[in-house]
Structures are given as C-alpha cells and as structure tokens.
Design a binder for this molecule. Structure first.
Ligand code: MG
Length: 243
C-alpha cells in the first residue's frame, strides 16, 4: 500500500516534466497589454450564466458540490478544494465566451496561483491561471491548451482584473469503430488578443499523455482547482458540425 502511494506521488511529481510539450517557461512569452471592453452576448447565444443563478449547471459527481460554487454580485466563485461543475446541456462545435477573474491578493505561485480552466466537452482544457508575472511551464499558463500549446503571447491582466476568453472549438470526429477521424481544433482570444490560432488538440489535456476516446457531444466543464477564481457573463453559440 505504501509502495502504491509512493508510486502515485512519483507519477504526479514527474508527469509535468515528462509530458510537457515544450521545455520553455511562461516568462519567455512576449507580454501584450490588451485593449478595453467586453463582449455582450449576441441574440442567438445560449446564456449559460447571466449573473443570477447556476440553473444551467450541475455537478458531475455529487450534486451537493454545486452548492459550494457561490453566486454573488453577478458572478460565481469556485470553492476551496478540487472538482468541476458542468453544463446540463451537451455541446459539440461552438463559440464560447467566458469572463473570469483570479483572486487578489493572490496566494501561492506557479500552478497554485489562480488555477481553474474551461474544459470543452469536459475533456480539453483552456487553462485559467494568474499568469501576471507568475512563472510556470509555458503550456500551463493562461491561454494555453493545457500541456499541449503555450499561448502565442502573454496578455494576462493583474490579479483581481476581469479577463475574457472567446473560444472557437471544432469537436473531434470519430469513425464508427471508435478510431479518430479528425482531431479537435481550437482558437482562443484572451482579452481580445489571439493566443491560439486553430491549433490541433492532441487528445485529453491532462498531466498524462493525451488520448482520444470516442465520444459524442458532451457538457462544458469549469474546473475547481482549490483557488477562488470567479466567473461571469458566460454564453455559447453551438455551431453546425462541418462534414
Ligand atoms: Mg487548470
């Protein structure tokens, strides 16, 4: 039992180094100061959070856990501990808008400073992190596709600032036998600046190597990563799947 625990611990310690797709540090990414302004939802958007309640959301594991995500003053905040909330509805190809804010004053450093994430189809994470003068591995910083693609520039605002993601996601396509036919692709604007330009998602975005397993449309998830990251103004536009 003790050996198993040590093995588990060792895996956690070495995985980030082993499976990082780049050797570079986030401090090497060029810094860009964004313009001002936020995007209001267009008329055909599905509003996933309008500042009032989490009625469009549920907990994947334990429904009591959803209650820990507190709504106040037009935003909601991830609780202490680890876990996810997900939309009740499933999505495929989509345009997604999310506004998020890492805590100020901040606590911790690296991956323990303002960590959350937006997981397309619950599997493919656009990392949320306080990446304002906070060095970590480049493909784990804000605007990264976690462990796969570092952002092209660092456009992060200081902790306590509201920031935006506008995400354009093409879901993976699978053959009837379960093999991958087409990988997922993603583009991301952070604070209106392009940080990911139609990059290929290589599979699940985790500390272990990416894999694809056949799935249909799935819920959008938001990550609880033991940091009180807040969210507001979340909307999505499902897009017709390309043939
Ligand atoms: Mg994260």
């Amino acid at each position: 039992m003790k050996n198993l625990f040590l093995l588990f611990l060792l895996q956690w310690l070495i995985h980030p180094a082993l499976y990082s797709q780049t050797d570079s540090r986030s401090s090497s990414i060029t810094e860009v100061i964004p313009g001002k302004g936020y995007i209001e939802p267009p008329s055909d958007a599905i509003i996933l959070f309008d500042g009032k309640d989490l009625n469009k959301w549920e907990s994947p594991e334990d429904n009591h856990y959803l209650a820990a995500w507190k709504v106040s003053d037009g935003f909601f905040t991830a609780p202490a501990g680890f876990g996810y909330i997900q939309t009740k509805r499933s999505f495929g190809d989509c345009q997604l808008h999310v506004e998020w804010r890492t805590p100020s004053p901040y606590k911790g450093k690296g991956q323990n400073r303002g960590n959350s994430g937006v997981l397309l189809q619950g599997l493919y994470e656009v990392q949320i992190l306080d990446s304002y003068h906070n060095d970590t591995y480049a493909d784990g910083s804000a605007g990264s596709i976690y462990k796969q693609h570092a952002p092209m520039v660092n456009v992060s605002l200081p902790p306590g600032s509201w920031q935006t993601y506008d995400i354009f996601f093409t879901a993976p396509v699978f053959k009837p036998n379960g093999d991958l036919e087409k990988p997922a692709y993603i583009s991301v604007l952070q604070n209106g600046v392009l940080v990911q330009n139609h990059v290929e998602i290589k599979g699940t975005t985790y500390v272990s190597p990416p894999v694809y397993e056949k799935h249909e449309a799935l819920p959008l998830k938001i990550q609880g990563h033991d940091s009180p990251v807040s969210f507001r103004n979340i909307w999505i536009r499902p897009l017709p799947a390309k043939k």
